[in-house]
Design a binder for this molecule. Structure first.
Ligand code: ATP
Ligand code: MG
Length: 254
């Protein structure tokens, strides 16, 4: 993709597409993953492909909640590993928490390629963020040997680790599915999601929803986590924040 000029107005979008295509060819993604990505792209277009003010507030709230958690975890699927695995490992390092692979269509082959990709990304993260290299090398990559299940959820996507998703009080799940988000909320967890569609069940159900593109917002999240100064807003109203995101989309067309 070196042939996309720096000035191309869709450069970031095209680079992300290329990452997704490569991930698909390596077997990291389920067939429907590219469709899910396309749905996200459509909403990002409506948002003007930039981080809106509502999303900035939600990123700050997410940083604060992750930092205040007793025990947190970052749950990743194929799309997330392909688009932002390296940056999320850096976030996990600052938080001193594990990364857990949890995928909708679980096969041993896909789990293996996702975990080995994360291992490579861990090395890349060490090179990219040398100041926190020790913390990065200590990030636990979970998902390979689940010993528990998320209650009230059918199928292999309920499989999880007791020292990861099961016992965490706060969970960051980029690109979550509505059913699973509901099940995690029912367990009493604080669920922070990243979802470009402010109308999805996930977005509506979560404790905190960041309506922004994953690769764009993780950079901001990482910087806030490194600073470590964000405070929880005890009056956080997620519905109000979603409404603000929708209003910002509408304003792009006025
Ligand atoms: P739900 O299950 O929550 O009702 P859905 O079934 O409509 O939502 P899924 O296919 O489960 O959607 O998941 C895809 C979701 O991820 C979409 O809402 C899409 O907007 C979002 N999405 C896809 N790619 C990205 C991305 N790169 N950044 C942020 N969000 C994304
Ligand atoms: Mg869904």
């Amino acid at each position: 993709m070196g042939d996309i000029p720096e000035s191309h107005p869709r450069r970031d979008s095209l680079l992300s597409r290329q990452k997704m295509v490569e991930a698909a060819s390596k077997g990291m993604l389920a067939d429907s993953a590219l469709i899910a990505h396309g749905r996200g792209e459509a909403f990002d277009y409506l948002l003007g492909e930039k981080t809106c003010s509502a999303a900035r507030l939600a990123i700050s709230e997410t940083a604060a909640r992750l930092q205040a958690a007793e025990k947190c975890v970052i749950s990743v699927n194929g799309n997330t590993v392909a688009l932002a695995g390296t940056q999320l490992i850096a976030c996990a390092a600052v938080l001193n928490c594990p990364i857990e692979v949890n995928i909708y269509y679980r096969t041993p082959e896909r789990m293996e390629i996702l975990l080995s990709t994360l291992e490579k990304q861990q090395q890349q993260a060490i090179a990219l963020y040398p100041k926190i290299k020790e913390k990065i090398s200590r990030v636990n990559l979970l998902g390979g040997n689940p010993d528990s299940r998320i209650p009230n959820l059918e199928g292999p996507r309920a499989n999880c680790h007791s020292d990861g998703i099961l016992s965490a009080d706060t969970i960051l799940v980029p690109l979550e599915d509505g059913d699973r988000c509901e099940a995690l909320i029912a367990m009493g967890k604080t669920v922070c999601v990243i979802d470009l569609n402010p109308l999805s069940r996930t977005a509506q159900m979560a404790s905190v929803t960041i309506v922004d593109e994953l690769s764009r917002c993780v950079q901001i999240l990482f910087e806030l986590l490194e600073k470590g100064t964000e405070q929880i807003d005890i009056n956080w109203d997620n519905k109000k924040n979603l409404d603000q995101a929708i209003q910002e989309i509408l304003q792009n067309f006025n």
